[in-house]
Design a protein around this ligand. Structure first.
Ligand SMILES: NC(=O)C1=CN([C@@H]2O[C@H](COP(=O)(O)OP(=O)(O)OC[C@H]3O[C@@H](n4cnc5c(N)ncnc54)[C@H](OP(=O)(O)O)[C@@H]3O)[C@@H](O)[C@H]2O)C=CC1
Ligand SMILES: O=C(O)C1=N[C@H](C(=O)O)C[C@H](O)C1
Length: 238
């Protein structure tokens, strides 16, 4: 495939490595203002940029017939607008807060566990994420996805960051520590016991590999808005 890489930082460079190892042509790399004529050479773009640039990168791709796979976090207040744009342009768009297979399995587990815990009022739930010191947004996109899944399955109505210790919402704690690629845990706690599930990334390769697989996959699809759940088709209990 002819690939554009939007955002050439830690993730953009890892995507480049994986895409080349799978024999793709990288036709455009941008780390700032887009050159639309260059962008148009691509079939699909993968965006790992910054929250302030993600929405414009997505809409520019959709307006120019380039399928877009976005992994940038921290811009989701405009997600619905991006979906509408995809529909009006008859484009192809996929966003994932986390592209790794492991975290997508973890998402399924989280949803299943939340369903089981719903109604067990003696337990309270909280989330924790830990990332490297350069991460710009907090809480992580993955932690927000985990909280949204729990909200869908239980009586919790919202999440808080920083934590507020308010019984009706889910506290999300975010720590920044050198060398951590991405750690997430979900903990249910009662006076009697504690139940925890966690995921720890050992490198950025899983994220980049998942994004390249998603880009290969979306090129085979018709117009639409997709997620990693569509790509991976896991054998889920949910
Ligand atoms: N969904 C997932 O699986 C994952 C998502 N992420 C997310 O991806 C994003 C990038 O992460 P990471 O690579 O670690 O961050 P980096 O800071 O290493 O890279 C971001 C890059 O974007 C560039 N940039 C700045 N402005 C623009 C613009 N207008 N258009 C395109 N690029 C621009 C920056 O350039 P400069 O340095 O010159 O400013 C930089 O090279 C974050 O939001 C992060 O949370 C990260 C890992 C996995
Ligand atoms: O910035 C990162 O590094 C990561 N960001 C994503 C997020 O915000 O969830 C995914 C992963 O945890 C790494």
């Amino acid at each position: 495939m002819k690939l554009a890489i939007l955002g050439y930082g830690k993730m953009g460079k890892t995507v480049e490595e994986i895409a080349l190892s799978r024999d793709h042509d990288i036709v455009y790399i941008s780390s700032g203002q887009l050159d639309i004529n260059e962008l148009k050479n691509a079939d699909v773009a993968i965006d790992f940029s910054i929250p302030e640039a993600a929405f414009n990168n997505i809409t520019s791709c959709l307006e120019n017939g380039v399928a877009i796979v976005s992994g940038t976090t921290g811009w989701l207040d405009k997600y619905t607008e991006a979906v509408d744009k995809c529909k009006s342009e008859s484009g192809r768009f996929l966003y994932a807060s986390n592209f790794s297979v492991g975290v997508n399995v973890f998402f399924e587990l989280n949803s299943y566990l939340a369903k089981m815990m719903s109604g067990l009022d003696e337990y309270g739930v909280k989330l924790k994420e830990v990332h490297h010191l350069e991460k710009k947004d907090a809480p992580s996109g993955t932690a927000i996805s985990l909280a949204d899944q729990i909200i869908k399955e239980t009586s919790y109505k919202s999440w808080n960051h920083p934590p507020k210790n308010d019984e009706t919402s889910i506290d999300i704690e975010a720590e920044r520590e050198a060398g951590i690629f991405g750690y997430h845990d979900v903990t249910y706690d009662s006076d009697i016991d504690t139940i925890s599930i966690s995921h720890n990334a050992k490198s950025r390769k899983g994220f980049a590999h998942g994004a390249v697989v998603a880009a290969e996959w979306i090129l085979k699809q018709k117009e639409g808005v997709y997620s990693m759940k569509d790509v991976l088709q896991l054998n889920s209990p949910n």
